[in-house]
Design a protein around this ligand. Structure first.
Ligand code: PBG
Length: 322
């Protein structure tokens, strides 16, 4: 027997020497829910360990995250006012705009990314504006672009359109460029599938659709080639980072994205993935730390440069003690 693959697996030092994939805290992006008109953090019941934070807590939160070496945060807003035109989503003093300013003062080195979508800002909870019961793609685009611009004006480092309207990346890019923000990158939720894994998030962000579902704008989870077309579209529209979402059940899409493009690839380990791990760990059925480090490594192995994860803070601690 000439080949004995076990030779390189015999000791931990040998395994470490030939390890192909690593995860660093700086590869991780931590999602934060910020709620307007609140003074205390509000625990999210379906996501143990996560809370909706008041703006007043973000300066300290940002410092903690920066000190842990986590690569970036991704902000989601819960406004106190919702209307059909999602007007609070682009208000200069909107909840996310205030949050960005607070974080940038306390932790200037921390990369602040923002979610750009109107679902938490409209009473109907859909990701675009409505015409009757239809989501009106083209009249949603200028609203999304204005929202992204107001985030950039408040100091956001990266804007991330997640509404799945056709042309959203290009619409953001054009307005940002016209208004002096040609330096602000767009992270495109390109391969965002219509998924039951988003369940806990909708409780967290108070953004569940009041009728119907998101299947007319998010990808059918049966379709890989269709998602690939959207990845290509977003590249053409000027995306700077491509995202695949959810994560764990979509590693084939991560690999496709990696093979398709040299742009940085991000994958989002979404709320349902987090909740499943937490629930099993609470019962003692899984070892949380080991599962998290294994899944994060798997995302990176499949080709993701960046992983958006609610476990970012804990993982950063585990990784630095390794
Ligand atoms: C908003 C948005 C959603 C998520 C990120 N941005 C929910 C949805 O599309 O219903 C899901 C994130 C998660 O589940 O962690 N469009």
């Amino acid at each position: 027997m000439l080949n004995r693959l076990r030779r390189m697996r015999r000791t931990e030092s040998l395994r470490r020497l030939v390890r192909e994939t690593t995860v660093r805290p700086s590869d991780l992006i931590y999602p934060i829910f910020v709620r307007e008109g609140q003074t205390e953090p509000e625990p999210i019941l379906s996501m143990p360990g996560q809370s909706r934070l008041p703006v007043g807590h973000l300066a300290d939160a940002a410092k903690e995250i920066q000190d842990l070496g986590v690569g970036a945060v991704l902000l989601f807003g819960l406004p106190s006012h919702k209307d059909e035109a999602a007007s609070s989503s682009r208000a200069q003093n909107g909840v996310v705009q205030q949050a960005i300013r607070a974080m940038k003062i306390s932790a200037p080195e921390l990369v602040v990314m923002t979610d750009v979508c109107v679902c938490a800002y409209t009473p109907h909870g859909h990701c675009g504006v409505l015409k009757g019961e239809e989501i009106d793609n083209d009249s949603s685009l200028p609203l999304l672009a204005q929202m992204a611009l107001s985030h950039a004006q408040a100091g956001a480092d990266v804007v991330a359109p997640s509404s799945m309207m056709d042309g959203q990346v290009g619409a953001l890019r054009e307005l940002l460029d016209a208004e002096g923000f040609s330096h602000t990158p767009v992270m495109a939720y390109s391969a965002k599938f219509s998924s039951a894994f988003y369940g806990p998030f909708r409780e967290a962000a108070d953004s569940a659709p009041s009728f119907g579902d998101r299947a007319s704008y998010q990808h059918d989870f049966a379709n890989a080639r269709h998602a690939q077309r959207e990845l290509l579209d977003d590249i053409d529209e000027g995306a700077d980072i491509l995202m695949v979402k959810p994560g764990i059940a979509y590693l084939d899409i991560v690999l496709r994205a990696r093979e398709l493009s040299d742009l940085p690839i991000a994958t989002y380990a979404v709320s349902g993935e987090y909740s499943m791990i937490k629930a099993a760990a609470e019962r003692g059925w899984l070892d949380e730390k080991k599962i998290v480090l294994e899944t994060l490594t798997a995302f990176r192995r499949a080709g993701a440069d960046l992983v958006i994860t609610y476990h970012a803070k804990e993982a950063a601690k585990w990784l630095s003690n390794n």
